[in-house]
Design a binder for this molecule. Structure first.
Ligand SMILES: N[C@@H](CCC[C@H](N)C(=O)O)C(=O)O
Length: 279
């Protein structure tokens, strides 16, 4: 059976989008997703995203498989790509359209803006160790600047969940971090029972930071939307950042705000269609 797909990227974080509106079950298995994400033998992507029918008063449901076949709760760059894909499927002009998307991390609301960007209400960050989850502190305590031993070195880490787990470390120079070797050791550290995404942050000023990321289930990526949101929250918790900042990633920049008014996190950035095809 032929399945049509569209390739999108958000700052180089790239996804295969599948129109799954006729069924509540993803049209591909995790194993098939792994094969399609392979950059040599498949299409090549950081993940596969399915646009499924909405549930519980939402317009659509988003499901996603990482390139290793695992299923994360949420994906920030992915939900912007999904919003662009849905606007395309519905034949709408890409301005002011807002979608309520059901995800495993709750309801998220991307909105297409007049300048072609997509602003997403990413919901509330979760800060308690039990919610992240991590055993680095008691379940009802926050993990802010806690020492964690990785690769024979002690790192001061701050943990934030944006529906999916993030472990953030502030460093003097992100370029000096050996992500390939250290990333997997954070991801699989026993203090993270559901593994973790890992972000290294260099604070340039209170409203501008540089970030590199090792993603759970995908490895090094050019950008991570939930990671950028978690990094800004960690920057505020550690008093290094203002509530609104630009996060510079290898693939480009995102604008992130942790609202003082409703305590929700808002992410603004692009989503670009690359090509379409048939599997
Ligand atoms: N790249 C994404 C995050 C995708 C999920 C992540 N790898 C996980 O397993 O939690 C983003 O832009 O947020």
């Amino acid at each position: 059976m032929a399945i049509e797909f569209t390739k999108y990227h958000g700052l180089g974080n790239d996804f295969i989008l599948i129109d799954n509106r006729s069924s509540s079950t993803p049209r591909l298995t995790p194993e098939q997703a792994v094969n399609l994400c392979d950059r040599h033998f498949g299409i090549g992507a950081n993940g596969v995203i399915f646009a499924l029918p909405g549930t519980k008063d939402t317009d659509y449901t988003m499901r996603i498989y990482n390139s290793d076949g695992s299923e994360p709760e949420m994906c920030g760059n992915g939900i912007r790509c999904l919003a662009g894909f849905l606007a395309e499927l519905e034949g709408m002009s890409r301005t002011q359209d807002r979608y309520r998307i059901h995800t495993l991390a709750g309801v998220m609301t991307p909105q297409l803006t007049e300048d072609g960007q997509i602003r997403v209400d990413m919901g509330l960050p979760h800060l308690l160790a039990g919610e992240i989850p991590t055993t680095l502190a008691a379940a009802d305590a926050k993990v802010i600047n806690q020492p964690l031993e990785v690769a024979g070195q002690s790192w001061d880490v701050t943990c934030v969940s944006m529906g999916n787990p993030h472990c953030i470390t502030f460093v003097d120079d992100v370029a000096a971090i050996s992500l390939e070797s250290i990333g997997p050791q954070f991801e699989h550290h026993p203090v993270f029972p559901q593994r973790t995404n890992t972000e290294f942050i260099q604070v340039v000023s209170r409203d501008y930071v540089k970030m590199r990321v090792w993603e759970r289930g995908a490895g090094i990526t050019l950008a991570c939307g939930t990671g950028a949101c978690a990094a800004l929250v960690a920057g505020v918790l550690t008093e290094k950042c203002d509530r609104r900042a630009i996060v510079e990633l290898p693939g480009g920049t995102l604008e992130i705000e942790w609202s003082e008014i409703d305590q929700r996190v808002y992410m603004t950035g692009p989503a670009e269609r690359v090509f379409t095809g048939k599997i």
